[in-house]
Design a binder for this molecule. Structure first.
Ligand code: USQ
Length: 412
């Protein structure tokens, strides 16, 4: 059984990824320090529903499927904790037999502060973002150098590394001809937040590790993700039935991922869905021409799986653009408005003064064929998908806090 280590296994993507691989027969270990949950508590931003601890979720998963997701609670900015995961001299926070699964064949690295607005609240949050993201990545590079150069790392980067250049965006690399000579370089990167800048720096650290130590790394340049259900999270409905409760009640989401709709940790489409349900005018920033590449959370899982099945070669930094389609903020708002209206919601669209410093009208033409070439089958943003999200969110309407939807953290 292939051992897969998921760094940041409690987060929006980490926990669904853990269940996805566990269901497919991988031996899964997750590590997390509850950074995201603690930040949500500290900043009082709320979540759509309460989520059991990582340890509780691993126990529920085991109860339902008989499968084991091993849990380590620890802070990966501590190099000794990172190194212990490769040496085996650590304590599981939860596991059935507490037996080391061995050096992982694959590491999926999500253990980062993921919010652009968080990184620009003030210098303190900027420093937390820089320290967390860069130390975790650097600790991982050195652990690989010292204990396991064959392990394949899948890192989730961001399309925001490229910014919005006035030329087509390639998948990671650009061939340059200069004064009659040619070479291949990382595609120019110019992020508009400090969070996105740490992802550029991650790419540079990993590219260094590949050049110096022949590491094998896949960097996935992901766009904003939407969605709250995956096949595996829906198993939890069965548990409610087993317990004699009605499936679909508020207790049937125990394996569902962390879902934020606030300005700091919520991404645009997830936010718009919640706003539509609670009658809050959709918060389009500025002119709304900001265009990004989007993907369904189920496609994140497929992409990471395909990347794991076909690892990068030794000494290769392989980069894919992980998006399935592009939309402007206005297009997303109009889609949510249309579907909301069909469901009986009066959805208004607002254009707020943009708290961010970003181009509101720009050229955007990224290439994103690589992952589809590996066999990923995209889920597109259809009316049915939007309706499905609204149907889930409306069950938790009573939990939605209007005061956290927009605070206006200024970037400029
Ligand atoms: N936007 C609005 N209204 C909102 C929220 C966002 O108009 O209420 C606009 C933003 O101004 C931006 C776009 O929507 O132009 C996307 O914003 P977002 O908050 O959905 O995404 P972002 O801050 O860029 O970050 C998110 C994730 C991050 C990931 C990134 C991918 O939080 O972890 O790396 O998406 S990307 O955007 O491609 O860099």
């Amino acid at each position: 059984m292939s051992h897969i280590l998921i760094l940041g296994g409690d987060g929006y993507l980490g926990w669904p990824t853990a269940m996805y691989f566990s269901k497919r027969g991988y031996d899964v270990t997750v590590v997390d320090n509850y950074f995201r949950r603690n930040a949500c508590t500290e900043l009082d931003v709320g979540m759509l529903y309460p989520v059991p601890s990582l340890i509780q979720r691993a126990k529920i998963w085991n109860e339902l499927t008989g499968k084991e997701i091993k849990v380590v609670i620890g802070d990966l900015t501590d190099p000794e904790i990172m190194r212990s995961l490769f040496k085996g001299d650590f304590e599981y926070s939860w596991s059935i037999n507490h037996k080391f699964s061995g050096i992982p064949e694959t590491v999926i690295h999500y253990a980062e502060q993921p919010s652009a607005p968080y990184s620009l609240i003030n210098y303190k949050y900027a420093n937390i973002t820089l320290q967390n993201n860069l130390l975790v990545t650097n600790n991982l590079m050195f652990a690989l150098r010292d204990f396991s150069r064959d392990t394949h790392v899948i890192h989730v980067g961001t399309m925001g590394e490229y910014g919005t250049p006035n030329i087509d965006i390639e998948e990671g690399w650009l061939d340059i001809e200069h004064k009659g000579r040619k070479d291949r370089f990382l595609f120019p990167r110019q992020a508009s937040s400090l969070y996105h800048t740490t992802k550029i720096m991650d790419t540079d650290l990993m590219w260094f590790g590949v050049r110096m130590w022949d590491l094998r790394i896949t960097d996935l340049m992901q766009g904003p993700v939407y969605g709250l259900e995956t096949d595996e999270s829906e198993i939890s409905g069965q548990r409610s039935e087993v317990r004699g409760r009605t499936a679909g009640r508020a207790d049937s989401h125990e394996l569902r991922t962390i879902f934020n709709y606030d300005e700091i940790f919520g991404t645009i489409l997830n936010r718009f869905i919640v706003q539509a349900i609670v009658g809050y005018p959709l918060t389009v920033y500025g002119k709304g021409g900001q265009t990004r590449g989007y993907l369904n959370i189920n496609d994140t899982l497929q992409c990471v799986h395909k990347a794991a099945e076909t690892p990068a070669k030794k000494g290769q930094l392989r980069i894919f653009n992980q998006i399935m389609e592009t939309f402007s903020a206005n297009e997303l708002a109009e889609k949510v408005q249309d579907v909301g209206r069909k469901l009986g919601y009066q959805v208004k669209i607002d254009h707020l003064e943009n708290p961010r410093k970003e181009a509101e009208e720009h050229y955007y033409n990224p290439t994103y064929q690589g992952l589809i070439g590996l066999g990923v089958k995209p889920h597109y943003l259809t009316d049915e998908v939007l309706e499905g999200m609204m149907r889930v969110v409306e069950r938790f309407k009573g939990n939605i806090r209007r005061d956290v939807i927009f605070k206006g953290i200024k970037w400029g």
